[in-house]
Design a protein around this ligand. Structure first.
Ligand SMILES: [Zn+2]
Ligand SMILES: [Zn+2]
Length: 233
């Protein structure tokens, strides 16, 4: 069956995302747009993921436990897991830089529960690189049962190609994410990777429409990860 997806959506926890990117609003919007599988992948934090997974149940939506990690080189890697506990273990293995957030400069970082209520505010800035480099981060994702995906490889800011010059062949990633699906040259160059087309939405209206899909065996996080690992588009 087809699973229309968007595995790169920021909630209000990311300083750069709109405040109305609540777990409930994201699930509702994704469902309205006809998606079957999403991930709330905030920068360096998982604190809105559990609420998103709960909200997903009401909309028959697979919500993959995920995070967008900013590595020590400031490269963005998506890490996706089958189980929330594995994401938590991965999160705890990351050594984070503890700089206090300046809301007036970077934006606020809201922790929001499944009922759309503000449950807290993250005080440390989430858009600072962790101590692990891109290889170590990908290796940790795998160690905890997940997969790593190089995020927006065609973007200058925080894209691996701009920072390292290319996607290293020995980097253990399951897929590359391409921001501009019309970038034919880049797509041809990295045609040996599974290519995913996520939105990197920071606003509700930017969440993917039902266009890109994975062929999956059943509607579950396990089946989604299996499809990505096997590279089926
Ligand atoms: Zn990013
Ligand atoms: Zn992002």
């Amino acid at each position: 069956m087809k699973a229309f997806y968007d595995f790169h959506i920021h909630s209000a926890l990311s300083p750069c995302a709109d405040d109305d990117m609540t777990p409930l609003n994201i699930a509702a919007a994704a469902s309205l747009k006809g998606l079957n599988a999403i991930a709330v992948s905030d920068h360096n934090s998982v604190k809105n993921v559990e609420a998103a997974m709960e909200c997903g149940k009401d909309f028959n939506l697979i919500v993959i436990p995920a995070m967008e990690v900013q590595t020590s080189e400031d490269i963005h890697l998506l890490a996706l897991f089958e189980r929330y506990e594995d994401l938590l273990a991965f999160d705890q293995s990351l050594i984070k830089t503890k700089i206090k957030n300046k809301e007036e400069v970077f934006g606020n970082q809201l922790i929001i529960d499944q009922d759309n209520k503000i449950a807290g505010i993250e005080e440390y800035l989430l858009i600072a690189g962790v101590k692990q480099n891109v290889y170590e981060t990908a290796e940790l994702a795998k160690r905890y049962g997940g997969i790593a995906i190089a995020a927006h490889i065609d973007r200058v800011y925080n894209g691996i190609v701009a920072i390292l010059g290319s996607v290293p062949k020995d980097l253990d990633i399951a897929a590359v994410e391409i921001y501009d699906e019309n970038n034919k040259e880049l797509r041809d160059y990295y045609s040996n990777y599974l290519q995913l087309f996520n939105s990197d939405a920071h606003r509700l209206q930017d969440i993917n429409s039902a266009k890109h899909y994975l062929e999956i065996e059943e509607m579950s996080a396990r089946a989604v990860l299996k499809a990505i690992k096997e590279g089926k588009n």
